[in-house]
Design a protein around this ligand. Structure first.
Ligand code: G
Ligand code: G
Ligand code: MN
Ligand code: NA
Length: 255
């Protein structure tokens, strides 16, 4: 059992790290973005998965503090890359539905962009359909303000939530991340998953939205996605989430 106190300690000790998973241009294989993912290294337990501690942090509301650390750390990292003169690309951050309850969220993000002098187009926010379920009006208002700043919004795990298509109508995201559950079944005789994937790709083209296919592990999936004009892919076929040093090495090696 992870205790709230341990999480507070981890924040204070900076035991949290961000890993980066490359996003790749489906046709060229070049890195054209990254998703920042939290990792917690615990002295006794080893790595604790965010799948385990994020739900707890949402319950005890430490997600506000952890989430702010993620936003600041990504802005700081983007600034370091810009200062190194690297060719730039957007980095995506996962934002919990609980963070949208915070009235300071939009102002905090804007402040961090200003502090590190980061163009808003380099920051993407990934929200889940769950974010759109509660206090709909205030969440939509925050998303609109973020969008007005020039920040791109992605719907994460698309298709696994409740009333996915209704959410597309109420809130037009820039990006749809089709859930890895659908993508992973392509090529494994799960014709319904392939049909859902191609339908989402077609729908997104009609609506002028970008699709990111996550969970791409096999060549047969990549081929299918290319054939259906998916532009961006993410998955173990290309790379797992890696520490920043490894990610920078991949960039330097010309991936
Ligand atoms: O990286 P991994 O596959 O272990 O992620 C498990 C879950 O934790 C995913 O749903 C992912 O979106 C979530 N997660 C990872 N990093 C963050 C983060 O910085 N903030 C939030 N809210 N969720 C995260
Ligand atoms: O919920 P969210 O989409 O934010 O979760 C992102 C997590 O998905 C990443 O942290 C990573 O651990 C996991 N992931 C990314 N690519 C793959 C993949 O190809 N296969 C599997 N099984 N998991 C993946
Ligand atoms: Mn995500
Ligand atoms: Na996802």
């Amino acid at each position: 059992l992870i205790l709230e106190e341990e999480m507070r300690q981890a924040i204070a000790n900076e035991d949290f790290k961000l890993y980066y998973q490359p996003l790749v241009d489906a046709s060229t294989g070049a890195i054209n973005g990254a998703e920042a993912l939290l990792r917690w290294y615990h002295a006794e337990r080893g790595f604790v998965s965010p799948g385990e501690f994020v739900p707890l942090a949402e319950e005890n509301h430490l997600i506000h503090e952890i989430g702010s650390w993620v936003i600041q750390t990504v802005c700081q990292q983007l600034r370091a890359w810009m200062d190194q003169g690297l060719p730039m690309f957007p980095v995506a951050i996962n934002v919990s539905p609980i963070q949208f309850m915070n009235e300071e969220l939009v102002a905090f993000i804007e402040e961090q962009l200003n502090t590190y002098n980061i163009p808003a187009k380099y920051l993407k926010l990934e929200i889940t359909e769950g974010s759109l379920l509660r206090n709909e009006k205030t969440v939509l208002d925050k998303l609109q303000r973020l969008s007005n700043l020039g920040i791109k919004i992605a719907i994460d795990d698309f298709g696994t939530g409740f009333s996915s298509l209704m959410h597309l109508k109420k809130f037009s995201p820039d990006i749809i991340k089709i859930d890895k559950g659908f993508v992973q079944s392509i090529g494994n005789e799960q014709t319904i998953d392939a049909a859902i994937t191609s339908t989402v790709l077609h729908l997104a083209q009609e609506l002028n939205m970008t699709v990111i296919a996550e969970g791409v592990e096999e060549h047969v999936q990549l081929d299918f996605l290319r054939d259906h004009h998916c532009e961006i892919i993410q998955g173990f076929l290309f790379s797992k989430p890696v520490p920043v040093e490894t990610f920078e090495q991949m960039l330097a090696d010309g991936y």
